[in-house]
Write a protein that binds this ligand. Structure first.
Ligand code: COA
Length: 261
């Protein structure tokens, strides 16, 4: 299996499983991850996904260069269809996923591995994790959304430096630039991600999904369009039993009991 699935309480840990190739994203691995995301989307008992890489060396060293080299050699059209579109669809799927996807960055997050992490809702990294956009050294720009998401996350000039040099940055630098949320000692990585998932899961699933949608959909539109998206997502959440329960619980000075509907 290229994607290992492990249930942890209310959450599921998905592990990219090609450690001998630093969890490089082969077409098969991407397709399997997409299948797994499809299968888990409608399972209401699953609150958050944690995405990580097998071993302690790499989250993922990016798209599988050996795999896509054949398509690049064939034609730009073949490379775009099989490689770029596949990778972009995966990062967009993660970014738009209705449940939080937390990246547990357990080592190298290069190229498509970095782009996959960027698409996640939240990212926590081990102290030894490193981040890079080495695609320029292969002769092309980042193709799984990296030229679009990275500048939105860390600003145009910092993004240009990473994209144009291909140089790696440390977990501490990634934290300072806003690329990731937290840095923790390696042995605590998975626990930290699952604790974050538990903190999210205390809240209404309806409100969590509405919040994710408002943030993701609003990121790339004007403020007025974004506010309309926010209002529409608020309406969805406000119509839930949970919104009535949450506000009633505050007024009655008790803890809310959310039913996630
Ligand atoms: N695609 C395919 N195979 C990859 C890979 C990738 N992106 N990244 C690493 N591997 C493979 C290596 O070929 C090697 O396989 P082998 O043992 O059969 O020779 C194995 O994973 C271990 O990698 P190795 O290069 O020996 O590890 P390292 O610690 O010396 O270097 C990196 C680590 C990340 C610096 C180096 O592997 C690298 O530069 N990888 C490519 C990163 C990249 O350009 N990603 C963007 C792709 S678009």
């Amino acid at each position: 299996m290229l994607i290992e699935t492990k249930r942890c309480g209310q959450h599921v840990v998905l592990t990219m499983n090609r450690p001998d190739k630093l969890n490089a994203l082969s077409y098969e691995l991407i397709d399997e991850l997409m299948d797994r995301l499809d299968a888990l989307e409608g399972d209401d008992s699953v609150r958050c996904l944690v995405l990580t890489g097998q071993g302690d060396k790499a989250f993922s060293a990016g798209a599988d260069i050996v795999g896509f080299a054949t398509d690049i050699a064939a034609s730009p059209e073949a490379a775009c269809r099989n490689f770029v579109m596949r990778g972009q669809a995966m990062t967009r799927r993660i970014e738009n996923y209705p449940k939080p996807v937390i990246a547990a960055v357990n080592g190298i997050a290069f190229g498509g591995g970095c782009e996959t992490m960027e698409a996640c809702s939240i990212a926590i990294a081990a102290q030894h994790a490193t981040f890079a956009k080495p695609e320029i050294r292969l002769g092309f720009p980042p193709p799984f959304g990296g030229t679009q998401r990275l500048p939105r996350h860390i600003g145009r000039k910092r993004a240009n430096e990473m994209i144009l040099t291909g140089d790696a940055i440390s977990a501490e630098e990634a934290l300072l630039t806003g690329l990731i949320n937290h840095v923790v000692p390696s042995p605590e990585l998975l626990t930290s991600c699952l604790q974050m998932a538990d903190r999210i899961a205390r809240n209404s699933a309806v409100a969590v999904t509405a919040s994710l949608r408002a943030v993701t959909r609003g990121m790339n539109v004007s403020i007025d369009e974004g506010l309309a998206i926010e209002a529409a997502q608020f309406m969805i959440a406000a119509a839930s039993q949970d919104a009535r329960e949450g506000t009633a619980a505050f007024v009655e000075k008790r803890q809310p009991v959310f039913k996630h509907r």
